[in-house]
Ligand binder design. Sequence first.
Ligand code: DGL
Length: 285
Amino acid sequence: VLGIFDSGFGGLSVLRAIRKALPEHDMMYLGDSARTPYGTRSREIVTRYTKECCLYLFERGCHLIVLACNTASAETLRELQQRWLPALRKNANFESQSAKNIIGVIRPIEEEAVLQTKNNVIGVVGTRSTVQSQAYVEELTALNPDVTVVQQACPLLVPLVEEGWERKPETRMILRKYLQPLKTRNPDLLILACTHYEALHKVFQQKMGSRCMVFHSPPILAKKLVQYLQHHPEYDKHIPRRGRTVFLTTGDTERFSEIGERFYGKIVDTVENVEVENVFPCQNI
Ligand code: DGL
């Protein structure tokens, strides 16, 4: 099964695009809504939460997990891939015979961004953690040293989107304030480096003006995932093709269905409430 993980609802916009690109693959979405937001927490906490959620998804039969959450990708992916997964694979309790992996969302977006920018100035908006981690700055400039990255943390946006305030004048005003310093640097491309911001794409585009393209991240991620699966046929036999989607949340299931629908674009039904703490004895690795 293909696992999609996010700190809450935002990743459902990524699931939506992936589902469109891969209509038959069985998928399991886990939103850690009980502990959202991640974007204001320390790296240590985000890492612990992300590990717990990934372990849970592995235990439920996922073989490949997409960290749809930018905050989790920025803060934890390196640790997860380079240290945690190899240690986990050595643990006797972890079924290590078959391919199991975790992939993030930052690299695929960046690859597309360096291809598309013409003036080599790329804007990045995200949570405070994502911006402070410098993950986008480091990796974008590694891909192309001529690129200048201008970042802006927008910590007020996640709660506004969660409350459904996308169209309110207050939200537009806050967005204008956030984007003012960024606009003066004239990026020709803006990356919405937070799953929630996709709901504000239209407003971002209006505020940035026509000389700046605001990326739609979900379809780019879906396209890159299809390519990844083509290059990794070892996952084929572990991802059944019955078109099933299972929705899991650590929070309230009714709220998940209600708000989730806005991100997923379709009814989010039969949501299961799960506990992800202490799933597995090798938690402390
Ligand atoms: N999903 C997170 C991201 O993409 C944002 C929400 C949060 O702060 O938990 O960065």
